[in-house]
Structures are given as structure tokens and as C-alpha cells.
Design a protein around this ligand. Structure first.
Ligand SMILES: NC(=O)c1ccc[n+]([C@@H]2O[C@H](COP(=O)([O-])OP(=O)(O)OC[C@H]3O[C@@H](n4cnc5c(N)ncnc54)[C@H](O)[C@@H]3O)[C@@H](O)[C@H]2O)c1
Length: 327
């Protein structure tokens, strides 16, 4: 199989590329390196089965060219991270809406299977324990930049579902909950690598808001095989499927666990949302998935727990520090 991965130099994309190459696939990789890095693909850069292209999913001609001869398109390219949404709102909306439309149109034209990475953000403020794919979205005003990522991903999902119905193409939606692991950076607001970086530096861990918000974290190495299985699943076409782990933890609890796993002497401090994101920011109090559909369709059962997730991020960051020191 020949696959196109957009967002290939990003956190999840680079693990997906490695997985596909390791399974004997040819991979065409596209990334504009806006938040991704060539370093993420360093381990496979010399693999003759990998062809990397630096460019944008907004470039319809390039995307059409790259989809030619490809069996499956994994569309992961997006403007991701709370800080990116805050600082590059317009660009983010354009990439997350027009980029997906461009990739979908090329996949449709060439008869390729399509997987689009969506997000648990689409559930918004729905605090139900065990969110299911058909649960309601509860979102705030579209005028607040905070909701623009959720709105764009929801539109992506509508586009996939409608295109499957209208054109009979194969399109699936992976609704990812918090995914964590090596190579994820805390630079754009992701909480686990940010906490780990602070703990390893001996700095205070900064908890935004009350710290009582509940999240669930899944290891990227559990997520990636599920993406491949989902793209191949005929029954999933036109549907969204939750991918995540359902073991909940508060953000304050996560900070304490990171301090424990790193043996750090760091303290924990709180910052208000207003300090970080400006006025009017709303956080989600609880986000816990029901992954029963992924289990039924794909046999999905994450093998790694939260400590595995934290330990892998610690090892990754220590490895990077050692590489910088010895360089
Ligand atoms: N990490 C998570 O917890 C999480 C949760 C829900 C959904 N997702 C989704 O998974 C996908 C991958 O996210 P990630 O965590 O790996 O983030 P990431 O930022 O590491 O990866 C996104 C990649 O897309 C690239 N990109 C951005 N704009 C582009 C453009 N115009 N053209 C080409 N490439 C572009 C970036 O350079 C980056 O490499 C995204 O679609 C994201 O919305 C991730």
C-alpha cells in the first residue's frame, strides 16, 4: 500500500509514518513544518520508501499531485494546540477548514480511502462521563477564538460524512482524545510535556484554572495502530470513532503524578485562564470518552496506562537534553 500522511512531521504524524514504513508501506509525507519538525522523522529520513514534501495542505495542486497513486490518505495536518488557536486564529481556521476540504477533494477525485483526524474538542462543554460519538456538542460563542478549533473540526466531520453519502467515497473520522508520548512538545499548550519539562527543570508546574478539570490521556503508540485499522474499516465509513483512554485524572492530580514520576522537587502553582488566554476563556470541566465503538469495530484496547505515558515523555525529554549537552 502507498499512503499519504499530511502533518507527517508532527507528533502523531511522525509515529504514524514510522508505523506504516515498519509495516512495509510506501509513505508520501506532507508537512509545512509550522509546528512539526524534520527531527521527528530523523529515524526514517533515509528510508527509500519515504518521500517527504514540504508544503501546505492549502496547495490544491500539490495535494492533488501527491494523492495520485495513493491508496489511503491520513489527514492529520492541522493548526493544533491552545496557544496556536489563541495566537494564529485566522490561519488556524483556514488550515483546519480549507485544508481538509482540499485533501478530501483530492482523495475523492483519485478514489483513495480517507481518514481525517478530528478531536474530542468537538464535544465542547458536554461533561457526560463516557462521551459517545452521537452525543451532543455543547459549545460557546463562535466569536470566541477558544471555540474556533472545535468549530473547524466539526465542519470537517460534516464534510466527511456528507461526502461519503454524496459520492460513495470511503471516509472515516478519528475523534482523538488527549494523545501523548515522545516528540509531543509543550510549546503549543499540551499539558503533559509542559508539566514534564517544568518538573525536570525544577520549575513550578503551572496549573491553569482550578486544576479540577478532568482529562484522559492515551499513549500515541496505542493510537497509531488504531488509526491504521480505522482507515481500513469499511463499516466505519461516514462515521466518527472515539480513540482514547477512559481513565480520568484531574489536571492537579496529573501535576502531582508528574512530580512523583520524575522525583522532582518542583512545586505546583495556579494561573487563571485570563492570565494565559485573555478574557472570556472557558475550559472544559470533564472529558472522558466511551471507546466502545472503537473496541467493537477495531478491537481497540489501549495497552499503556498513565504512568507509561508520563515515563515515555520523561525519557524523551531526558534524551533530547542529553543530545543537546553532548552536541
Ligand atoms: N495530540 C492530541 O492530543 C490530539 C487530540 C485531538 C486531535 N488531534 C489531531 O491530530 C492531528 C495531529 O496532531 P498532533 O498532536 O500530532 O499535532 P502537531 O502540531 O504535532 O501536528 C500537526 C502537523 O500538521 C502540520 N501542519 C500544520 N498546518 C499545515 C499545513 N497548512 N500544511 C501542511 N502541514 C501542516 C504541522 O507542521 C504539524 O507537523 C491534528 O489533526 C489534531 O487536530 C490531536
Amino acid at each position: 500500500m502507498r499512503a499519504l500522511v499530511t502533518g507527517a512531521a508532527g507528533f502523531i504524524g511522525s509515529h504514524l509514518v514510522e508505523h506504516l514504513l515498519g509495516s512495509g508501506h510506501e509513505v508520501v509525507a506532507l508537512d509545512d513544518l509550522s509546528t512539526g519538525s524534520p527531527d521527528n522523522l530523523r529515524g526514517v529520513a533515509d528510508d527509500p520508501a519515504l518521500a517527504f514534501h514540504r508544503g501546505s495542505v492549502l496547495d490544491a495542486e500539490l495535494v492533488d499531485d501527491l494523492v495520485t497513486g495513493v491508496g489511503t490518505v491520513f489527514h492529520l495536518a492541522a493548526a493544533v494546540g491552545a496557544f496556536v488557536v489563541r495566537d494564529r486564529t485566522v490561519e488556524g481556521i483556514r488550515v483546519n477548514v480549507h485544508g481538509t476540504d482540499t485533501v478530501l477533494e483530492a482523495a475523492r477525485r483519485h478514489g483513495a480511502r480517507l481518514l481525517v483526524a478530528s478531536s474530542s474538542e468537538i464535544y465542547g462543554k458536554n461533561t457526560k462521563v463516557g462521551l459517545r460519538e452521537d452525543d451532543d456538542r455543547v459549545v460557546g460563542s463562535p466569536l470566541m477564538h477558544r471555540w474556533s478549533y472545535s468549530e473547524a473540526k466539526a465542519l470537517d466531520e460534516s464534510l466527511v460524512a456528507a461526502s461519503v453519502e454524496a459520492f460513495g467515497m470511503h471516509g472515516v473520522i478519528a475523534r482523538l482524545f488527549n494523545t501523548v508520548g515522545p516528540r509531543q512538545t509543550g510549546q503549543y499548550g499540551m499539558v503533559v510535556p509542559r508539566f514534564v519539562g517544568q518538573a525536570l527543570a525544577g520549575d513550578p508546574l503551572t496549573v491553569f484554572g482550578t486544576g479540577e478539570q478532568i482529562r484522559c490521556f492515551c499513549h500515541v503508540l496505542d493510537v497509531v495502530p488504531a488509526l491504521v485499522a480505522l482507515a481500513a474499516c469499511d463499516e466505519a465509513s461516514g462515521r466518527a470513532v472515539n480513540i482514547g483512554r477512559s481513565e480520568p485524572i484531574t489536571i492537579a492530580g496529573l501535576a502531582a503524578r508528574v512530580i512523583e514520576r520524575t522525583g522532582s522537587s518542583s512545586s505546583i502553582v495556579r494561573r487563571t485562564y485570563e492570565e494565559i488566554y485573555g478574557r472570556g476563556y472557558e475550559d472544559l470541566q470533564r472529558r472522558v470518552p466511551d471507546c466502545g465503538l472503537a473496541e467493537r469495530l477495531l478491537g481497540f484496547r489501549p495497552a499503556r496506562d498513565l504512568d507509561d505515558v508520563i515515563d515515555s515523555v520523561v525519557a524523551d525529554q531526558l534524551g533530547r537534553r542529553a543530545a543537546v549537552t553532548s552536541a
